[in-house]
Write a protein that binds this ligand. Structure first.
Ligand SMILES: [Zn+2]
Length: 415
């Protein structure tokens, strides 16, 4: 039993034609015209297979295949929305592999003890509202209808209004929240968005854990003054303070935290941001991630200490705000074991690795056993037009997942 890569390629073509920014990568925001057309394509293909398709109040598409539809399902899928000027493979690959898998199960007339359920999560990238994984958060009750009324896009339109305008029955959401035992397992196949698989020359990765993160906003206030007339010893320069802190964060993550810890400063703003004026204020954001909480804590502590020390030394006022955090998530050891058994049984190859990015599947950790399969991203690039995954790797990763799902859906007893 194997996936038909020609059909998967056709599905890619079928959906990639719906693009808000031709010539500039692929842009397909949730609730856009292009999203509507992509959804119609996907739903059309599922209906051809005779699969009943449901769409919930936030736009998650769910389609169950099999005979014992009341049994907890083995869920597979991902998302089809993109960032602005994104790539072809992020999210879409997982959904199209899931679609093809249902085709194969139907074609081969496989008898399943548990249904296979395709899910396509809505608004994963946060492209509209700056909040990621809206669909998986709403379906697990982490975002309520009231929350959706408060979440607004830059034009001031709420997620509630946008979804409603898209034809969704948002008020139905409370009844659609995933219940315990509704889903047995959820496995998301996704491109790695990193280069570990490529560096190891492997096509399939079994994900062990998903990184947690803490995000801080640091504001340093000093004394703005003339760049030419203010002697060095009289300065309270927040830019110098920021530079010292930023350099120390890199060293803390690299040398004093854990081997898995990463920390980044990707955004900085100076005021008044003029070449010949000592800035009045500098603010920057620190993103710290690790699959172990300890690593995040170590860098966070150092960031706080260093900020206080630097503020003191340079006579600055420092404000440290924690603006976001999520816990690391360990994926189901039972599913990891099943995956390893599949690797052995098929004499194939896979490595175990971690995910530095959070994915929809992590939101389901309290209602199902969760697992993740990675396939390579060329040079680790993602969220850009250069994002590329070889179709041969999609086939290898997809066939691997097919075997795992087959095992889970056909075993008579859960072991
Ligand atoms: Zn994604």
């Amino acid at each position: 039993m194997e996936l038909n890569i020609t059909r998967i390629k056709q599905d890619f073509d079928g959906i990639l034609q719906f693009n808000q920014t031709p010539e500039k990568g692929w842009t397909r925001f949730s609730f856009s015209e292009e999203d509507k057309m992509a959804r119609d394509y996907l739903i059309g293909e599922l209906k051809k297979l005779g699969v009943a398709v449901g769409v919930d109040g936030i736009g998650n598409i769910r389609a169950k295949y099999g005979s014992n539809l009341n049994q907890p399902s083995i869920m597979i899928g991902s998302h089809i929305d993109t960032v602005k000027h994104g790539g072809r493979f992020d999210g879409l690959t997982g959904v199209l592999v899931a679609l093809e898998m249902i085709r194969v199960f139907k074609e081969e007339n496989i008898q399943l003890n548990r249904p296979i359920e395709l899910i396509c999560f809505s608004e994963e990238e946060g492209s509209n509202f700056g909040i990621t994984m809206l669909g998986s958060k709403a379906i697990t009750g982490k975002l309520t209808v009231e929350d959706l009324k408060e979440i607004k896009n830059p034009e001031g339109v709420s997620a509630y209004e946008l979804a409603k305008g898209f034809g969704l029955e948002v008020d139905q959401l409370p009844a659609q929240i995933l219940k315990q035992n509704e889903i047995d397992s959820m496995i998301e196949l996704h491109i790695e968005q990193g280069a570990v698989l490529e560096h190891n020359g492997k096509s399939v990765g079994i994900v062990e854990a998903i990184s947690g993160m803490s995000t801080y906003k640091i504001t340093l206030k000093g004394d703005s003054n003339h760049a030419g007339t203010t002697p060095m010893e009289y300065r309270s320069d927040p830019m110098v303070g920021a530079a010292e802190i930023i350099a120390s964060i890199q060293k803390a993550a690299k040398h004093r935290a854990l081997p898995t810890t990463v920390a980044t400063v990707g955004k900085i703003k100076a005021e008044p941001n003029v070449p010949n004026i000592i800035p009045q204020q500098v603010e920057f954001y620190v993103d710290i991630r690790d699959v172990q909480k300890k690593g995040i804590e170590l860098v966070s502590m150092e960031l706080e200490d260093m900020t206080k020390q630097v503020a003191n030394e340079h006579r600055l006022t420092a404000i440290i705000e924690k603006i976001g955090s999520s816990e690391p998530v360990k994926l189901s050891s039972r599913l990891i074991k099943k995956m390893e058994e599949c690797v052995q049984a098929n004499n194939s190859e896979a490595i175990k690795l971690n995910s530095g990015a959070v994915h929809d599947v992590a939101m389901l950790k309290d209602v199902a056993e969760i697992g993740m399969v990675f396939i390579p991203s060329l040079a680790g690039k993602s969220h850009c037009p250069e994002e590329y995954t070889d179709f041969q790797d999609i086939k290898l990763g997809g066939d691997f997942l097919l075997n795992v799902v087959y095992t889970l859906a056909t075993e008579t007893q859960k072991v």
